[in-house]
Design a binder for this molecule. Structure first.
Ligand code: AMP
Length: 582
């Protein structure tokens, strides 16, 4: 199946016309010449490539961002306007004494200040870390403290609800900038609009080494608290290359990535890649709503749309045929990422939009798309596609002797990537050892299981660990268990992902209550309420079971895999390490 080309706007030849020939001739240097670099050979800075270089000459008045408010009114920001706003923000940070490498966090919905702050921070060579505004106070605290946050940008409402109670536990957090406060509350809590007004609109980006840290994204681990994956300014080359070959950006395009910048997709592709490629980036402040989404695609004449399997499954359940009810001629490409996109969803794209939905694969650590389906390449529904030109992928067996590549098609193993691509994470913050464990014999071990077929397509099999993917978001069981354990009635807790037709997996907790406490419906509701308050609805368990004992290994490790098998009625596998109860 290749993409159906309909009349009108969709006739635009793809940037990648022949996968095999580009894959074999690809060279990063040849692509790097399409970036400008800082003037006077002062290095490479993401914000310069995304904004400043367009803010001169003919492109200055083109629309860089279109922000759609909840009430559907919208505001446009040109490249020139964005240059000045991000420069003002950079000047604020400099005045506040923020230095190269310092961490600047955001906790907001999708509002312009978030985008301005991200670009302004990158200009100063400080490191930007966007947090998901739906996180509860505990995940927010974990990330701010582990990330050594010096500055946080947030709204008054989120400040009151989530940050104020944490202030004493975060002594290193020097400044909080309120996006909607007109007056400073005290010496630590300042008004961003006031500071923006006072700041200068010119900012000279300091010399930036391509290896200077730029972005921090937290991702969940199976054990321990979230890991902060650190990315560098050189990642901009990946934003450019994937924007060009996977998202097929053409000058003048309108692009909409539905992911929140609190997740890596929402930053690499919801902020940076479209700007780096000079296309207009749509931002919708509102959450998912099928009719709204279809009508936004129509009204704003979106050409390229990047969304998630959870959203696609939601749309598939509704009785709407978008091509009949909406004028979507400009739309020529739909891509999906974050969880498996099953073949039926790919084919639904044909029926609903006249084109297959193109799946691609990557993760927080890779910083950009690694495996993809391309407009010009035959699509095999259910496959993640083939490695991006410039990326060497393989399926391997990891033994104590190292990485053994499996060349046989159809045999599953760990998905590995040859290390060294531009947007590869350069560390886990404060955790060199964990970082080192991800690499063997020059390969990065992704933690996913996959297989290839005889034509070189990659097929996702599953995770090699216990990490849960719910609505496209990684949730570490340990983080949820830790929060549950804080409830006075809880003796022990274990958390698994349970397959769910809509959100991929739902977070399910097994709880052992303290002696004498009854696990009835009221207690269940109490636990759900407690964890939602602590963790936020995106992370908190949706289902809870009370059990008498957790299955554990003889060394005391919770056997989540066994709980999962029992829950799903699957074979229990090897239970030789199981500690017998009694
Ligand atoms: P994150 O770091 O939150 O972006 O999550 C990365 C993980 O999401 C990967 O390691 C996979 O387990 C999963 N994932 C991402 N894209 C896909 C895809 N196209 N198909 C299947 N799983 C995916």
């Amino acid at each position: 199946m290749s993409q159906t080309i309909k009349a009108g706007y969709r006739i635009m030849s793809p940037n990648l016309t022949d996968y095999d020939s580009l894959y074999h001739s690809f060279n990063w240097q040849n692509e790097a010449v399409n970036l400008e670099g800082l003037p006077a050979n002062k290095g490479l800075n993401i914000a310069y490539e995304a904004v400043d270089r367009w803010a001169k000459g003919d492109d200055a008045q083109r629309i860089a961002l279109r922000w759609i408010r909840k009430d559907r009114s919208y505001q446009d920001y040109t490249f020139s306007g964005l240059q000045q706003l991000s420069a003002r923000f950079a000047n604020i940070l400099t005045t506040l004494g923020i230095m190269k490498g310092d961490r600047v966090f955001s906790l907001t919905g999708r509002i312009p200040e978030l985008y301005i702050a991200a670009l302004g921070t990158l200009k100063t060579t400080a490191v930007f870390c966007p947090l998901f505004s739906v996180f509860g106070p505990e995940p927010v605290f974990q990330r701010l403290s582990r990330g050594d946050a010096k500055v946080l940008i947030t709204t008054s409402a989120l400040f009151e609800k989530k940050i104020k109670p944490l202030m004493e536990r975060l002594p290193a957090l020097r400044y909080i900038l309120l996006t909607d406060g007109s007056l400073p509350l005290d010496a630590r809590v300042l008004s961003l609009p006031r500071l923006m007004e006072e700041a200068g609109k010119d900012f000279l980006i300091p010399p930036t080494d391509p290896e200077d840290p730029a972005l921090l994204h937290f991702t969940s681990g199976t054990t321990g608290m979230p890991k902060g994956a650190l990315h560098v300014h050189k990642a901009v080359l990946m934003h450019y290359v994937t924007g060009k070959y996977v998202l097929d950006f053409h000058k003048g395009d309108v692009f909409w990535c539905t992911a929140d910048p609190g997740w890596v997709t929402g930053t690499s592709y919801g902020i940076l890649a479209p700007l780096v490629c000079g296309v207009t980036n749509l931002i919708d402040e509102e959450e998912f709503d099928a009719m709204r989404w279809y009508s936004l695609l129509e009204e704003h004449q979106v050409n390229v749309w990047y969304t998630s399997p959870t959203a696609i499954r939601r749309l598939m359940r509704m009785d709407i045929l978008p091509m009949k009810q909406f004028t979507l001629q400009p739309l020529r490409l739909i891509c999906s990422v974050g969880e498996p996109l099953h073949g039926d969803a790919v084919l639904w794209g044909e029926k609903a939009f006249g084109m297959p939905i193109l799946d691609n694969w990557w993760q927080t650590e890779t910083g950009g798309i690694m495996i993809a389906n391309y407009r010009s390449m035959k699509v095999k529904p259910g496959s993640m596609g083939k490695p991006l030109p410039g990326i060497e992928a393989a399926v391997a067996e990891i033994t104590k002797d190292g990485v053994q590549i499996i060349s046989e098609p159809g045999k599953q193993g760990q998905l590995v990537l040859k290390s060294g691509w531009p947007s590869m994470f350069r560390n886990y913050l404060h955790d060199e050892e964990r970082y080192a464990q991800c690499f063997q014999n020059g390969w990065y071990i992704t933690g996913d299981l996959a297989k290839t077929d005889a034509d070189g397509y990659y097929w996702f099999v599953g995770r090699a660990d216990d990490i849960i993917k719910t609505s496209g978001h990684m949730v570490g069981p340990f983080e949820v268990e830790t929060a549950l354990m804080e409830h006075v009635a809880v003796a022990e807790a274990a958390v698994i992902g349970k397959p769910d037709p809509l959100i991929g997996e739902l977070v399910k907790a097994f709880i052992v209550l303290k002696r004498g406490i009854r696990g009835d419906e009221n207690m269940k509701q109490e636990m759900i309420g407690f964890s939602r308050k602590k963790l936020g609805p995106a992370v908190a368990p949706k289902e809870i079971d009370f059990i008498n004992e957790l299955p554990k290994t003889k060394s005391g490790k919770i056997l989540r895999r066994l709980l999962r098998a029992r829950e799903l009625g699957l074979p229990e596998g090897d239970i030789s390490t199981l500690e017998k109860s009694g």
